[in-house]
Write a protein that binds this ligand. Sequence first.
Ligand code: NAG
Ligand code: NAG
Ligand code: NAG
Length: 336
Amino acid sequence: MFSHISLALTAALLLSTAFASKSADVNVLYNFGNSTWAENLAVRANGQILVSRLDKPEILQVDPTGANSPITVASWDSPTMSGCLGISETTPDMFYVITDGVYNADSVLTSGVNSIWEIDMSTFAVSKKTGAVVSNATVSKLVDITTSGLLNGLTTLTDHTILAADSHNGWVYHINTHSGDYKVAINDEKMKFDYFPNPTLNIGVNGIKVYDGHLYWTNTAAGTLNRIGITGKGTPVGKSEILANNVPKADDFVIRSDGTAFIAQNQVQGNELSVLYPKSHVAHVIAGSNTSTIVTGVSAGKFGRLQNDKHILYLTTGSSSVTMPGTVSWVDTTKI
Ligand SMILES: *[C@@H]1O[C@H](CO)[C@@H](O)[C@H](O)[C@H]1NC(C)=O
Ligand SMILES: *[C@@H]1O[C@H](CO)[C@@H](O)[C@H](O)[C@H]1NC(C)=O
Ligand SMILES: *[C@@H]1O[C@H](CO)[C@@H](O)[C@H](O)[C@H]1NC(C)=O
């Protein structure tokens, strides 16, 4: 009896040590300067990274080799637009991005409207010699989501449909990128910011991803990663479940092909990058801590798409602090 218990204990200790020993060094690829906020990112097939800025409505292309300076791909100049958020690719080089109106501290829209824009990168060209833009991306508005509160994460469902998370209302829109038609497709209690009592902020469903027949999402206020079955038409199937509830301030996340989730934990109490292994229900911090500034304001992650960087997880980080920069950073996930 006793030996069984101690064996189990030893195994548990070994297991937790094995997890605890997994950590990743964080490297800065590009620093946008203090008081900036890189919010989300998408990687093009050619390896270049499209970064959305939350502190102003702007999309930049960042070179993963660092050889070229960031290039502005799209920018908007409007007092009723606050910034850019989720970005996702449907067909090759066709990207969609969320722009939001202006919010107060309770995440309530006070002016403007949240919209989805189309960014066709197939018309974008840069001079190899000078690095100057010789042909712009084609940017056009797809639709205003007039019923939305705070649009945040964006993901692709099919080659002509995308899903957008509304963090304030706690639901997910299904949007047809050909017609602009949209509707609330998934409205689950685990997406609400007050799913657990006494939330410290009014941000529920945030990052969303479709993986293995399920819609996965983080709930920032609840500090959870969740999922529910989903059809190709965006209809929920079965019951939702909480996969992990130890990811305070969970922002966006990415799921590796083996099912491992890398979860960005933004802001106070967060500032951590955690992993949740498949079948596990406890996430483990691999970088940062709630008292360090290594990944301050880590907001989202995407893997590289080239042979030499597909194990590299690129991260956006953001901070409204005058002493902390927004960055594109990266970690090598080979040993994670
Ligand atoms: C690209 O767009 C910018 C901003 O509108 C403009 O200043 C620039 O001239 C355009 N470049 C080309 C090559 O059309
Ligand atoms: C940091 O995390 C530790 C461990 O989870 C917790 O005990 C502590 O209260 C946290 N500190 C802050 C400032 O959130
Ligand atoms: C950002 O803030 C840090 C910490 O105060 C400071 O050392 C650094 O010079 C600042 N950077 C810029 C570009 O102002």
